[in-house]
Design a protein around this ligand. Structure first.
Ligand SMILES: NC(=O)c1ccc[n+]([C@@H]2O[C@H](COP(=O)([O-])OP(=O)(O)OC[C@H]3O[C@@H](n4cnc5c(N)ncnc54)[C@H](OP(=O)(O)O)[C@@H]3O)[C@@H](O)[C@H]2O)c1
Length: 319
């Protein structure tokens, strides 16, 4: 019990010094072309600007390019030959194929291929298994998992030519599961498996595949907002089968939503650890297989959950 209490209070006891050292040293290689998905907001938006500043030619895939989102306008306003936004819904075959054509047509030397693809686009939701509809499971998987597979497959011929890099953004929830996060976890665990298979297969082509597993940066991006949680919760409750609603009860349901609200208020606000890790994965001569931009609390929790017997880690963190 003493051990359990110690782990539970670790994030508080370490206080502000919970920031881990990250992979800040990036390689000095000749900047090349990179396509990033999901650049309207969040990590994708910051990454597009950061890589452009480092001299890369950036193809910023944006879900709302055709609707002129804030992110698209800001990127377009840079008016740089080396930063081009491109309409890209990762769920649509035609848009992905058009993006390949666009990139190919805008590369200085298409014969040399494209250096990198960063699969960043993603959506998230929450809810216990019995609260989550099949429609929701499929909706999240369509973007996070099948979108990553679709984009990767489409760009691999160009990446192969450059002996380049594939960087997939998963999550700490792609390594350790959490109650009430199954619709998200299954997709991120899926991308981890896909990335490992791809790494084995691409070795012979000289392509390196890295996975970046961010911790909680909710406060810094648009993945969740209190309004979004409210909307999801209301729909979830109204769609629940009668038997589930009665068995769990509204009090329990509301407690879980309150937990989600407090989780979302607890994230880091500085995204630079994630941006630096993706940059390292794209530029270092020997990039890591996995990057863990997260604070000490989540890092330790991930190590314990992935390496210790479940009988122990479940007691420390879950029950
Ligand atoms: N923030 C965190 O704490 C955290 C932690 C671990 C992992 N991640 C992962 O990091 C990645 C980026 O998320 P973020 O935190 O930066 O959240 P974000 O600000 O919501 O960024 C995700 C981006 O993906 C776009 N997108 C959604 N559906 C898409 C689709 N079908 N096709 C193309 N783009 C689509 C979104 O566009 P709209 O804004 O127009 O919907 C948004 O611009 C995600 O894969 C997420 O799972 C985030």
């Amino acid at each position: 019990n003493r051990c359990r209490v110690c782990f539970l209070f670790l994030p508080l006891s370490l206080g502000p010094s919970t920031t881990r050292a990250y992979s800040s040293q990036t390689g000095q290689m000749e900047p090349k072309g990179v396509l990033i998905t999901g650049c309207d907001t969040g990590f994708g938006f910051s990454l597009a600007k950061h890589l452009h500043n480092k001299g890369f030619t950036v193809f910023a895939g944006c879900l709302l390019k055709d609707k002129g989102s804030d992110g698209v306008n800001q990127l377009d306003n840079l008016k740089s030959e080396r930063l081009k936004t491109v309409q890209l819904n990762v769920c649509e075959d035609e848009e992905v194929e058009a993006a390949v054509q666009f990139v190919q047509g805008n590369l200085k030397d298409p014969e040399k291929g494209l250096w990198g693809v960063v699969n960043n686009a993603g959506i998230s939701t929450f809810g216990e298994v019995e609260f989550t509809s099949m429609e929701t499971y499929k909706e999240v998987a369509e973007v996070n998992l099948w979108g990553t597979v679709r984009v990767t497959k489409a760009f691999l011929p160009l990446i192969r030519r450059a002996k380049g890099r594939v960087v997939n953004i998963t999550s700490m929830l792609g390594r350790m599961a959490n109650p009430a996060r199954s619709p998200y976890c299954v997709t991120k665990f899926g991308v981890e498996a896909f990335s490992d298979c791809l790494r084995y297969e691409m070795h012979r082509w000289g392509i390196k595949v890295s996975i970046v597993e961010p911790g909680n940066f909710i406060a810094a991006t648009s993945l969740y907002s209190p309004e979004r949680i409210k909307v999801i919760a209301e729909k979830m409750w109204s769609d629940l089968p009668e038997v589930v609603r009665n068995d769990y009860g509204k009090k329990y349901f509301d407690e879980q939503i309150a937990k989600m609200h407090s989780y979302c208020n607890s994230g880091a606000t500085d995204t630079s650890p994630v941006i630096d890790d993706v940059t390292h994965a794209l530029t270092a001569p020997s990039p890591y297989t996995r990057y863990h931009p997260m604070d000490y609390y989540w890092w330790l929790r991930m190590q314990i959950i992935t390496h210790m017997p479940a009988a122990i880690s479940d007691r420390i963190y879950i029950y």
